[in-house]
Design a protein around this ligand. Structure first.
Ligand SMILES: NC(=O)c1ccc[n+]([C@@H]2O[C@H](COP(=O)([O-])OP(=O)(O)OC[C@H]3O[C@@H](n4cnc5c(N)ncnc54)[C@H](OP(=O)(O)O)[C@@H]3O)[C@@H](O)[C@H]2O)c1
Length: 136
């Protein structure tokens, strides 16, 4: 029997699960992405990502969830904080350009240590051990 949903930890280094998302799209299966923040702490330091955050003047989490919506995911948030939940829901209320979506979709890990130290505190800390088989 065909599943209605696939729920995956979504790694930016795998093109935000590009191939699984494509398979789901081709087979009319809903793709739910989880750990969108905590699985991607390194990638969310990339200057391409911060250029988008700065243009739209939203939080990094809002940009990630908006990106996820625009590539056709159902984004799951792991927050237990009502203020963060409200912010996350506001991802429904703005748009990224096609170029911005693409720039985020191809973002890989930023190997340089910390390009934007003043912004580091705005990136959620990793809460999951990076022990998945996909971990580099
Ligand atoms: N199916 C599965 O196998 C599976 C496995 C793992 C997780 N999940 C589900 O997937 C969902 C998301 O996973 P995750 O916990 O790894 O999530 P996540 O959304 O990547 O990260 C959540 C963490 O980021 C922090 N955070 C800081 N600012 C935030 C903001 N604006 N919005 C959201 N979080 C913010 C949260 O802290 P605060 O609480 O302080 O905001 C929390 O520590 C959860 O509902 C979880 O139950 C499913």
């Amino acid at each position: 029997m065909k599943p209605s949903f696939v729920q995956n930890r979504c790694f930016a280094r795998n093109g935000w699960d590009f191939h699984v998302r494509k398979f789901c799209r081709d087979h009319d299966i809903a793709y739910q992405g989880f750990s969108l923040l905590t699985a991607n702490v390194q990638e969310l330091r990339h200057p391409n990502f911060w250029a988008v955050v700065d243009r739209v003047e939203k939080t990094p989490a809002q940009v990630v969830f908006r990106f996820a919506l625009q590539v056709g995911m159902i984004p799951l948030t792991g927050t237990s904080n009502p203020e963060h939940m409200q912010q996350d829901l506001e991802a429904l209320d703005f748009e990224l350009t096609e170029d911005e979506v693409l720039a985020i979709e191809v973002t890989r890990r930023e190997k340089r240590t910390m390009l934007f130290p003043e912004k580091a505190s705005r990136i959620p800390a990793t809460s999951y051990p990076r022990n998945n088989a996909n971990t580099a």
